[in-house]
Design a protein around this ligand. Structure first.
Ligand SMILES: C[S@@+](CC[C@H](N)C(=O)[O-])C[C@H]1O[C@@H](n2cnc3c(N)ncnc32)[C@H](O)[C@@H]1O
Length: 363
């Protein structure tokens, strides 16, 4: 048993790296006085509970684009909002949980959510399948967990301390008072946030001093083991894979999404001037069946399955970017070829950060 624990932590150390100039984590500041008035549910258009969503109202929340169901609230977010996408999100959720050693968070979350006078609250931005919010609500029973999203993809049966709300996080004031949440989590959402810096400012506003922000985004640059970039063309070793990611990056850029966000999260947090104790980690995740040890292999398999699904999920965005049906088919098939018969050890890099809201704005 001790042996397997040792190899588990060894594998995790190999996957998760601290950035070179990390600031050391410190203990959170003492708890704040809860002050804001209770939040009134916002009207449709800014926020509404999924409890009001039923099958007759499907058309209000979804539209069909090139054969897949998408959200109808934000036209630039073009990943599907359907069963297959939920399955992909569940795979990715499990994968990240393995990477985080079986946990849903990094940073002083447990300390910040420890019982005290007053309500404790967590916000999951772009909650997707809602799994993260549900598991957090299960783990922290006395804490109110809210998952916000563009689409009602989340299950109806949820823990009593978990709710879901629908609103657009991009370019808007979040519908919560200042200093309202103890923890805010935003994982894999930058593809739907054109004004990412404004989004961070809003998170800083609704987070209480000492509260924890957790960000996680995957790099869109194709790479192989050891974080080496895949170069274009046959000499790069995976031309189909490279072309797919190149097309993805172009499509996001044409929708005014800043594709450099995942690699610049630390800078974005610093520029916000509201956070301290910023800790940035990189998780180098294998995609496929090439890792040797069991844990990394499990992560690689989950990443492989998630990517297998992701290749098809991009069809609506690629088609809407003006690419012909034949062209999109070829791009996806060539990428599938490199995924199914990998000529190189495909990998990806997740950037995972946590920080705390400073008591006063930082200079
Ligand atoms: C790739 S999924 C990630 C889901 C979840 N965070 C996870 O890691 O499993 C991105 C989710 O963010 C949501 N999203 C993207 N842009 C958004 C926006 N501007 N406002 C609200 N939700 C958004 C999408 O609808 C989708 O469910």
């Amino acid at each position: 048993m001790a042996g397997s624990n040792q190899s588990l932590s060894h594998s995790l150390r190999r996957i998760m790296n601290n950035d070179a100039d990390d600031e050391p984590p410190t203990r959170p500041s003492p708890s704040h006085q809860p002050s804001p008035a209770p939040r009134t549910p916002s009207p449709a258009g800014s926020a509404s509970s999924t409890s009001t969503v039923n099958s007759e109202r499907e058309d209000e929340f979804f539209r069909t684009v090139h054969g897949r169901r998408l959200n109808s609230m934000n036209m630039s977010y073009m990943l599907p909002a359907d069963k297959s996408e939920i399955e992909r999100l569940e795979l990715e959720h499990r994968m990240i949980k393995f990477v985080l050693g079986g946990k849903n968070y990094i940073g002083p979350v447990a300390e910040v959510l420890a019982p005290r006078n007053g309500e404790r609250r967590v916000l999951d931005c772009g909650t997707g399948s809602g799994l993260w919010a549900i598991e957090m609500a299960d783990e922290f029973e006395g804490v109110q967990v809210i998952g916000a999203d563009l689409a009602p993809l989340q299950p109806r049966e949820v823990p009593p301390n978990c709710t879901f709300e629908l609103f657009d996080l991009d370019g808007q004031r979040l519908p919560y008072p200042d200093d309202w949440f103890d923890v805010v989590h935003a994982r894999s959402v930058y593809m739907g946030i054109r004004q990412y810096q404004r989004f961070l400012h809003e998170i800083a506003r609704v987070l209480r001093p000492g509260g924890v922000i957790i960000l996680a985004e995957v790099d869109s640059a194709p790479m192989v083991e050891g974080k080496r970039p895949i170069l274009p063309g046959p000499r790069g070793g995976a031309p189909g894979w490279h072309m797919f990611w190149d097309t993805y990056r172009r499509a996001l850029t044409s929708r005014d999404i800043d594709i450099t966000i995942p690699t610049r999260l630390r800078t974005c947090l610093r520029e916000c001037a509201a956070f301290e104790n910023i800790v940035a980690k990189e998780a180098l995740i294998p995609i496929g069946f090439w890792p040797r040890d069991n844990l990394t292999l499990t992560i690689g398999q989950l990443a492989w399955m998630s990517h297998d699904n992701f290749l098809l999920a991009l069809r609506p965005m690629f088609r809407s970017s003006g690419l012909s049906e034949a062209m999109v088919k070829k791009i996806i098939e060539d990428a599938q070829h490199d995924l199914y018969e990998p000529p190189v050890r495909l990998s990806c890099c997740w950037h995972i950060l946590h920080a705390q809201k400073a008591a006063r704005p930082r200079k």
